[in-house]
Design a protein around this ligand. Structure first.
Ligand code: SIN
Ligand code: CO
Length: 370
């Protein structure tokens, strides 16, 4: 199926030719896009405790970074030029933003990070840099000049509070207007400069480093290994150097540690919990308690949807939600995987009782909204 917002190519074509490979500019990807959020509303979000926001300031060749949440007066004191406000996870607050992310469902949700919105006055931006992310930069209101470079020189400005490329050589540049979109693969140097006040929506796809995956996997394994026995040395050899770690001990410990094993279920459980683990600043609002009978009736009548902050994935019969997992089968599994895919269950479906009980429990934790 050809996707208009990819410029009329199919998802397969996009992935084959561009994804993780080279940039793609799509003029008029989302015609008329631009007013889901006003600059004032974005600034309002940046004042909330549970939004991750940053203010990047640039003046006389010096970069400054301030972390939110901000006081409202901060925005009144901003200079006319030389700044950019960035708010992460706008999809956690704005249902229309969550809706927009569904357009990108042709890339697995396991790769999705979040939707960030930036606001900058004329000339503003976060400077030339590269990201370890795949990103779709969708132009909201106003215009932005994007410069890209295939340069290999990734030297950064020393001691700057954010990563700015010391040398940037433009290979190509485009001015994006509302509704235009630019896809950039990871590690491609880029530089976005506001042309008049503008807002840019970045749909970011995370790519964890091997080191991060390994470190997190070891954290996960720490809670999941069970090794029996204790170190024993009935065959101990007397040593000339009492302080020396003997070869015999080394061999025995090595053998014990070889008991640390994992299989594909461990890997699946690890990835599922790791990828759905809420970010540190996310707190779910616990709703007023309702009994199971009343919940069942409301579920039947209104349907249910994932809270905007909830992350849900599945693998085989494992279902993951916000860093927790359950193992289910049959109709219940089918109902949960549909919820994970569509982030909602419509009204009027007769759901199996174990599914209703689970949904009731997750509703109680604030993971779902009726
Ligand atoms: C921005 O929207 O200003 C920054 C997006 C980026 O360059 O990654
Ligand atoms: Co970037």
């Amino acid at each position: 199926m050809k996707l208009p917002f990819l410029g009329g190519i199919t998802a397969q074509q996009f992935i084959r030719e561009y994804w993780q490979k080279k940039p793609l500019l799509i003029r008029g990807a989302f015609p008329g896009f631009g007013d889901m959020l006003t600059p004032d509303e974005l600034a309002g979000l940046a004042c909330e405790d549970d939004a991750q926001s940053r203010l990047v300031l640039h003046s006389r060749g010096k970069w400054k970074l301030e972390q939110g949440p901000f006081d409202e007066d901060r925005f009144a004191q901003l200079p006319e030029k030389g700044w950019s406000l960035l708010v992460q996870g706008v999809n956690n607050f704005l249902p229309e933003a969550d809706e927009l992310l569904h357009q990108f469902d042709f890339i697995p949700r396991t790769r999705l990070d979040d939707l960030m919105v930036s606001l900058a006055p004329d000339g503003g931006g976060v400077g030339p840099h590269f990201d370890s992310y795949d990103v779709f930069l969708l132009q909201g209101h106003g215009k932005r000049l994007w410069r890209v470079s295939s340069q290999q020189d990734m030297e950064l400005v020393p001691n700057a509070p954010l990563r700015i490329l010391k040398n940037f050589h433009t290979d190509e540049e485009w001015v994006l207007e509302p509704g235009d979109m630019l896809y950039l693969p990871p590690r491609l140097a880029h530089w976005g400069i506001a042309v008049g006040e503008c807002m840019t929506w970045s749909i970011g796809f995370r790519a964890p480093s091997a080191q991060e995956l390994a470190t997190q996997f070891l954290v996960y394994m720490q809670d999941h290994i069970r090794l029996d026995g204790i170190y024993a040395d009935p065959d101990l050899q007397p040593q000339r150097h009492p302080a020396q770690i003997g070869g015999q001990m080394l061999r025995k410990v090595r053998e014990m540690l070889q008991g640390v094993r994992w299989n594909s279920d461990d890997i699946a459980r690890f990835i599922g919990t790791y990828l759905t683990e809420p970010k540190a600043h996310i707190v779910f609002d616990v709703p007023r308690r309702i009994g199971l009978d009343k919940f069942r009736a409301r579920l039947q009548q209104d349907g249910i949807q994932l809270d905007l902050r909830s992350q849900m994935l599945f693998y085989g019969d494992f279902v993951f939600i916000n860093g927790e997992h359950v193992q289910e089968a049959g109709d219940t599994l089918q109902c949960l995987t549909a919820l994970a895919d569509h982030r909602a269950i419509p009204a009027g479906l007769g759901l199996p009782e174990p599914a209703v009980a689970l949904l009731h429990q997750w509703y109680g934790a604030g993971y779902l909204q009726l």
